[in-house]
Write a protein that binds this ligand. Structure first.
Ligand SMILES: Nc1nc2c(ncn2[C@@H]2O[C@H](COP(=O)(O)OP(=O)(O)O)[C@@H](O)[C@H]2O)c(=O)[nH]1
Ligand SMILES: [Mg+2]
Ligand SMILES: [Zn+2]
Length: 317
């Protein structure tokens, strides 16, 4: 059987044994490609060695295209996979911006969930924007408090309503010309926002979700969609649990921008902001300068990371 190299491509979608790929200059021309068994060999860290956004080397044979090799990644966004083993689940790679979509109403805003994802983006070195959707579902005061918490922490925050078509121009400005990942709980309005943004694209995402609904065991898959205005978005299935991957516990505090700034006032340079004396973070909590929700999510994640990665992670055995 003849086998010849084919031009490198970008992965648009991945399922158990196969993926969809396209040449970077025409992301609309998607083709299926098999995943070679050797991609799985010797990789115990990842549940699935290929992710949306990967640049891959291909070969073409009578069986069609096959992925031979994943080229070096410029970044990876991942979480800890569910299950007994400590494994990484790659969510997307090689992209410019993570757009964390949250909402009021249903589902309601979860600061714990938001903070977990923001920390993971920071750990991956990926710029992030926070979108608060369904602003038509909440009182002004409630929204204002959330905006203040995250703007004061140093994040860029955008309020939208897909229902009232508010904030859509600002959202296009955020996405234009870049590769972005839309990430957040199921039902926050990711697909609806995409519909508002580019009706043609919205139709395609709708088709995808209805076909997946009718499938068996519907594991849903992330998918990259090229945007007419330039750039692309990776629409992701709803997430219910988000456990950060690979963050050494003592580094967690570096991924809360406002705590990093305030923490320079702590007595101990390696203060974990839990019960140390003269802790600037605990003082800021008392005065209300640091919102309780931010410290709460920090403590929760810290305990989780310590139980997974052991101790404070500072003196690995
Ligand atoms: N009231 C209101 N409902 C919205 C808004 N955006 C989306 N929805 C509704 O929320 C539900 C879930 O939206 P969908 O786009 O499928 O969420 P996804 O799972 O994040 O893609 C749908 O019934 C939408 O009509 C909004 O801004 N305001
Ligand atoms: Mg959706
Ligand atoms: Zn401290």
């Amino acid at each position: 059987m003849s086998e010849a190299p084919a031009p490198d491509a970008i992965v648009l979608r991945v399922d158990a044994r196969q993926c969809d790929i396209a040449r970077p200059e025409d992301l609309n021309a998607s083709k299926p490609a098999l995943l070679r068994g050797r991609l799985f060999e010797g990789n115990t860290e990842d549940r699935m060695p290929v992710a949306v956004g990967d640049h891959v080397r291909l070969t073409e044979s009578d069986d069609g295209l096959a992925v031979d090799e994943v080229l070096p990644r410029r970044n990876t966004f991942a979480r800890r996979a569910s299950g007994e083993e400590i494994q990484r689940q790659l969510l997307a790679t090689n992209f410019d911006k993570l757009v964390l979509v949250t909402s009021f109403g249903t589902p309601s805003f979860s600061s714990i969930m938001a903070d977990r994802i923001l920390v993971a983006a920071s750990f991956a070195g990926i710029p992030v924007a926070l979108v608060i959707n369904k602003t038509d579902k909440a009182k002004r005061g409630k929204i204002k408090k959330v905006i203040a918490t995250y703007e004061n922490a140093g994040y860029s925050v955008l309020c939208t309503s897909a229902e009232k078509e508010e904030g859509i121009t600002e959202l296009s400005n955020l996405l234009r010309g870049k590769i972005s990942v839309l990430y957040g709980l199921s039902g926050v309005g990711k697909s609806s926002l995409l519909n508002c943004l580019e009706p043609g694209l919205g139709l395609r995402t709708k088709e995808v979700s209805s076909s997946l609904k009718s499938g068996r065991h519907t594991t849903t898959f992330a998918r990259m969609w090229p945007l007419e205005m330039g750039g692309a978005v990776i629409d992701t299935p709803g997430v219910r649990v988000f456990r950060p991957w690979g963050i050494p516990p003592h580094e967690l505090r570096l991924h809360y921008p406002e705590m990093l700034a305030l923490g320079s006032g702590c007595h101990f340079p390696d203060c974990t902001h839990r019960n140390e004396p003269d802790c600037a973070i605990l003082s800021a909590l008392e005065t209300g300068e640091l919102p309780a929700s931010r410290h709460r999510s920090y403590i929760e994640m810290m305990e989780e990371l310590e139980s997974v990665y052991g101790g404070t992670g500072e003196n690995p055995a």
